[in-house]
Design a protein around this ligand. Structure first.
Ligand code: UDP
Length: 412
């Protein structure tokens, strides 16, 4: 009954087209659809999602001028800024057409946009539509950005501090080098981008494991190779380390070679996403290599005993939701914040500096997968998983806050 009443209300979602941003936005879309709203996804043409996996959504492309661009940590900020300058007029035109079109009999209730697509705020204001921002990183990362912007404004820190190993007093346990502005060579551009993204932010911050609540439609940009599940079925419980360093971290050949030898020498079975050709000979028999894994299914598999991750927020949430302890090899942005909290606060991750040699890698893998220290982390990770499960049950905090969101949208 409630669903039928809401179905004439449409929510427009605007994701930012990187894998780690698309996933939570489409999961939120599935949750809101299950609550009775109609969903339109307006999306840039760059990294076009597979619309066939989402028959319940209506997809509308906007022109972005980025169709053939390769994104890495080096040009990330330019690409985001490019979206924001190129896409405002096309989005405004598209939304205005939608609001006039007869086929959209249901009323557009609001726009929910990714925090990096901040041009949407001006479009929403122009069309007198309410808007909501989805931040796809952790609440901790968002709060640390707020503090950094304030500290810089008050001259308590400077951007030159960003590689220092000293603790930041206001943000313990973070050190300057863990701040989400470190490891960017264009910090000033990044800060401008973040300041713009944060300008219009509302004050409610929650970390929600949408993927555990949303129906499991895939929003992968690459085809998932499910053959690794059959391989995992043959491995012993908690014996396999899963290795995936995200969709945009880039590594040097030498580092990859050390990883490959460290893994092979550890004698633990491993599942590795995206190992380039040329290394496969080095890594021996006890392994499965895929170009893209069904990660959530992999992490939920009983054979997985550890996750060597770059600590992107989706990967971090997916891992802790399954009680899997982590090796945290962060590269840039929020990854360092998560690595620090996983190791220092939650004690379910081993923090890892970059450029380790194969001997150190081998020892660390054995520590996580075989030694008592790893067992203790696995235990802690299971305890955290149980707490998360409770949050999602009826009456739990995640369950309740999604209802609060729905009530809020209905009140607009
Ligand atoms: N992912 C996947 N298969 C892979 C590697 C990654 O499905 O082989 C998914 C993963 O489950 C996560 C997303 O890609 O949802 C990566 O997002 P994250 O925030 O962890 O990192 P990013 O790629 O944004 O750095």
């Amino acid at each position: 009954m409630e669903e039928q009443r809401q179905r004439h209300q449409r929510i427009v979602l605007l994701p930012c087209l990187f894998q780690g941003h698309i996933n939570p936005m489409l999961q939120l879309g599935s949750i809101l659809h299950s609550k009775g709203f109609s969903i339109t996804i307006t999306h840039t043409q760059f990294n076009f999602p597979n619309t066939l996996n989402h028959p319940n959504f209506n997809f509308l492309p906007i022109v972005d001028g980025f169709s053939n661009c390769n994104v890495s940590s080096v040009n990330f900020i330019d690409v985001i800024s490019g979206f924001n300058s190129n896409c405002k007029a096309p989005l405004q035109e598209l939304m205005a057409q939608m609001m006039e079109a007869k086929e959209y009999q249901d009323e557009i209730t609001c726009i929910i946009y990714d925090e990096y697509m901040y041009f949407a705020e001006a479009v929403a204001n122009h069309l007198k539509l309410p808007s909501i921002i989805l931040s796809t990183s952790s609440a901790t990362n968002t709060l640390s950005f707020h503090t950094i912007l304030q500290l810089l404004k008050d001259s308590h820190i400077s951007t030159q501090d960003s590689m220092s190993p000293e603790l930041v007093p206001e943000l313990q346990p973070l050190r300057f080098k863990d701040l989400p502005i470190s490891n960017f060579n264009n910090i000033e551009d990044l800060l401008q981008l973040i300041a713009k993204a944060h300008e219009t932010r509302i004050s409610t911050l929650h970390d929600r494991p949408f993927h555990k609540i949303a129906p499991a439609a895939s929003s992968s940009l690459m085809e998932e190779d499910n053959s690794c599940i059959a391989w995992l079925d043959e491995q012993m419980r908690n014996s396999v380390i899963y290795v995936s360093l995200g969709s945009i971290a880039s590594m040097k050949k030498k580092e990859l070679a050390e990883m490959a030898w460290g893994l092979a020498n550890s004698k633990q079975p491993f599942l590795w996403v995206s190992l380039p050709d040329g290394f496969k000979e080095a890594v021996g028999e006890r392994r499965c290599i895929v170009k893209w894994a069904p990660q959530k299914e992999v992490l939920a598999h009983s054979a997985i005993g550890g996750f060597w991750s770059h600590c992107g927020w989706n990967s971090t949430l997916e891992s802790i939701c399954e009680g899997v302890p982590m090796i945290c090899q962060a590269f840039f942005g929020d990854q360092r914040v998560h690595a620090r909290y996983l190791s220092q606060v939650r004690k379910i991750g081993m923090e890892w500096e970059n450029n380790l040699g194969r001997g150190e890698i081998e020892r660390a893998i054995r520590k996580l997968m075989v030694d008592r220290e790893g067992e203790e982390m696995r235990q802690q990770a299971m305890e955290l998983k149980e707490k998360i499960d409770d949050c999602m049950k009826e009456g739990g905090s995640s369950y309740n806050s999604l209802n609060v969101l729905v009530d809020y949208i209905l009140s607009l």
